[in-house]
Write a protein that binds this ligand. Structure first.
Ligand SMILES: [Zn+2]
Length: 193
């Protein structure tokens, strides 16, 4: 199975005509947690990330909470290194719960899905501020269609994604799917095709 097969099979990725929480309409609905809820898929997808970065010898894995935690744990398990997560406290990404990074520690940053990548960049900056070394970024799905770039010390970090997908959405009063006669459905509704 390809990563796309797993996303479709788990219904993490739906195709149709959806009403997003923003009020916009989209031909896709995406919820990464639905593929990661299945350990066999999480193992395979995180295994792709682990193999992408094994040669860089990461000494730990870190993710922004909450979506990235499962990815960090499974990727860390396959690399045989600790997995940690950062949390937002008073608006700032922070290491809590006694998690510590050593100066010079080689850290792989992971996330379930990136669109603009803001949280991931904050975690990279957190790692750097601790004196540790971000060695790359691994994500299950890159929804920026390859446009996101993560920076450490002025250079782009290596980014690996199991699947890359563009985000398409339309204003509710200018939706080609509505013009073709279908009505949008809320994700999670029963009876989705
Ligand atoms: Zn529509």
């Amino acid at each position: 199975m390809t990563p796309l097969d797993m996303l479709l099979e788990s219904r993490a990725l739906l195709e149709g005509h959806f009403l997003l929480t923003s009020g916009r309409h989209s031909p896709n609905y995406f919820q990464c947690a639905l593929v990661l809820q299945h350990p066999v898929y999480a193992r395979t997808l995180c295994g792709l990330l682990a193999e992408s970065f094994r040669a860089l010898e990461p000494q730990s894995v870190i993710a922004p909470a909450v979506g990235g935690i499962v990815v960090a744990v499974e990727t860390g398990r396959q690399l045989g290194v600790p997995a940690r997560f950062a949390e937002r406290q008073d608006g700032r990404m922070t290491l809590r719960r006694g998690f510590q990074l050593e100066p010079g520690e080689r850290v792989l940053v992971v996330e379930d899905v990136v669109t603009t990548g803001g949280s991931v960049q904050e975690v990279i900056d957190l790692v750097a501020a601790a004196g540790a070394v971000p060695v790359g970024v691994g994500v299950i799905v890159d929804r920026s269609a390859g446009r996101t770039c993560f920076i450490h010390q002025g250079r782009a970090l290596h980014l690996a994604a199991c699947h890359t997908q563009d985000v398409v959405s339309y204003a509710a009063d200018d939706c080609p799917l509505c013009r073709m006669g279908s009505a949008p459905v809320k994700p999670g509704s029963r009876g989705l095709a």
